[in-house]
Each structure stands twice: as C-alpha cells, then as structure tokens.
Write a protein that binds this ligand. Structure first.
Ligand code: SF4
Ligand code: SF4
Length: 283
C-alpha cells in the first residue's frame, strides 16, 4: 500500500458513496435528501516518531500531557494518517446567512456527516489491515477520553482536553496550519471535518509546506465578527464559551447540534487566504 494508492481509494470511497449524502430516512426535511456532505478529501501522513508529537505533549501552551503519543495508541506505530473532508457547497451555503441558528444541512453534517467520516476512517483501517498491517483510530478507540484539567485554564487553554487531537495530527501530517479560530486552514479551507488513523504501515511522509503554527492565518479578524457569542478575539479563543454555545444548540436541535459560523463567509472558508500586504515604515 502506497500513500498515493490510499489517496486514490479514499477519493473513490468518499465521492461515490451514497452515504456521503443526507439520506431520506433521517432527513429533517424531505427536500434535503440527496444533499452531499463532502467534496474531494485531503489526506496527509506524518511519521509516528515525528518530534512534533512529543513537543505537543510536553508543552502545556501547545497541548499538554493529556495527549497520547502515536506509540501509546499503537506500540509499533510508524505513521499517522490524517484525513480532511471539506463540507460541500450546499452545506456551507445553507449555514452562512443566519448568524445564530445552525442550518438543517449543517446539523446533519455535524452528526451524520461525522458518522460518515468515522466510517471512512474504518475503511482506511480495513484497507491497511487487509495488507497485514495494524491500524488504530484514536477518536473511536475504547481508550479515547476527554478529561478536565483546571491547570490548563491558567495557561489560557481549554479546561477539557482529550487524549488525541485531530487538529494537531493534521498539522503534523502537512494538511495545514492553525487559524485564529483554532481550526486548521488547509488548501481547501477550514470548513470540514478531520479524522485520523495510526498504523504500522511504512507509508511515505507528507512534507509540511510551513514552519509556523499560524502560518496560513492572516489574522484578518473575519472569524471574530462571525461568532454569535464573541468567543474569538484577537488574542485567541474562549473554547469553553464556544462549547457552551454549541451545547445550547443541542437544547434546541436535539439530538443534533452545531454552529460553525466562524468557518463561513471568511477568507479561509475554502482556501488558504491571500496574505494581506502589511504596512511598512515606507508607507
Ligand atoms: S478568518 Fe481570518 S483571522 Fe480568522 S482564521 Fe481565517 S484567516 Fe485567520
Ligand atoms: S463554532 Fe464556536 S467560535 Fe465558531 S462561531 Fe460558533 S460559537 Fe463562535
């Protein structure tokens, strides 16, 4: 199995699957049936022993001790595969005008679309296992957990931390850098879902075309203005405020929930934003 072979299988698997659409059986409105969730996927691969993972874990200002290293998930781990499924235009467009309530398409994308992403990760694991390799999907592994660590709050970090981070895996796997809204800005933008698979297959590592954690963000502030609860500000993001708001949407839309307003109608929605020319002392 090569990384290119994996990418081709993934592309077919995502784009040709009827499950990559809202199904009539659960659609909130009949006319939503058939709406696609995702466009063409992205896939990157990091070396499991990339020093970045240890750095994420060692530095509480980046992530901290809650993070499990790839070899703590799979002792013979060689690679971390990161997958990004960008939301389709219909999903993005539907959730753009109303700055408070999530659209029905977004609610489906956040719940059933997430289930489809998990299924895609299971398929990747299955392809690897069929060739005799081991594969672990941290996000659906029985050891996956989210724990409360009050010490993180003092460092300006969210008080809850999980033992795996899709965003940090994506950064390590060359898919993109962080943005002010804390999403990962990829070549296809921020708007979509990430998953990952840890394997002992010796795949080709994807080069990272960046060196800085926020290299793709222009700090334009557009995401700040999109947030209904002012959870994003120039110095960072109040993740608990965001999380409380998303929980609140669950009270109105149970069993579904979601927001994502900061990912829409911003320069990084579907691409790496063009860098703004900075004023110089000559101006
Ligand atoms: S909207 Fe602007 S500031 Fe916010 S993440 Fe995107 S590029 Fe960065
Ligand atoms: S997802 Fe969170 S940060 Fe983004 S707009 Fe909604 S509440 Fe604000």
């Amino acid at each position: 199995m090569t990384l290119q072979g994996l990418k081709e299988k993934l592309m077919r698997s995502v784009l040709k699957d009827p499950e990559n659409t809202i199904r009539a059986a659960y659609a909130l409105r009949p006319e939503l049936a058939g709406t696609p969730y995702y466009e063409a996927p992205m896939l990157g691969c990091a070396a499991a022993d990339d020093p970045l993972f240890a750095q994420f874990k060692a530095d509480p200002n980046i992530y901290g001790s809650a993070l499990r290293l790839p070899e703590e998930w799979l002792p013979d781990a060689k690679c971390v595969i990161s997958v990004f499924l960008p939301f389709a235009e219909e999903v993005r467009r539907s959730n753009t005008p109303d700055l408070e309530e999530p659209s029905d398409q977004w609610l489906h994308g956040r719940i059933e679309g997430q289930a489809f992403l998990e299924e895609i990760c299971r398929r990747i694991a299955g392809w690897l296992e069929a060739e005799g390799y081991q594969a672990v999907i941290p996000a659906i592994h029985e050891d996956f957990c989210i724990r409360r660590d009050p010490a993180r709050k003092e460092l300006g970090q969210p008080v809850f931390a999980s033992n795996w981070s899709e965003r940090h895996a994506a950064f390590a796997a060359g898919l993109g850098t962080f943005g002010l809204s804390k999403h990962i800005i990829t070549e296809k933008g921020v708007c979509g879902r990430f998953g990952s698979v840890i394997t002992d297959a010796p795949l080709e590592v994807t080069p990272r075309p960046y060196t800085e954690p926020y290299e793709y963000c222009t700090f334009c502030g557009a995401c700040i203005r999109r947030c209904p609860v002012n959870a994003i500000f120039p110095e960072g993001k109040d993740v608990e405020l965001c999380s409380d708001y998303v929980d609140d949407t669950c009270r109105r839309h149970a069993p579904r929930f979601g927001c994502g307003k900061c990912q829409l109608a911003v320069p990084c929605t579907t691409r790496i934003p063009a860098r703004l020319r900075r004023k110089t002392s000559d101006d």
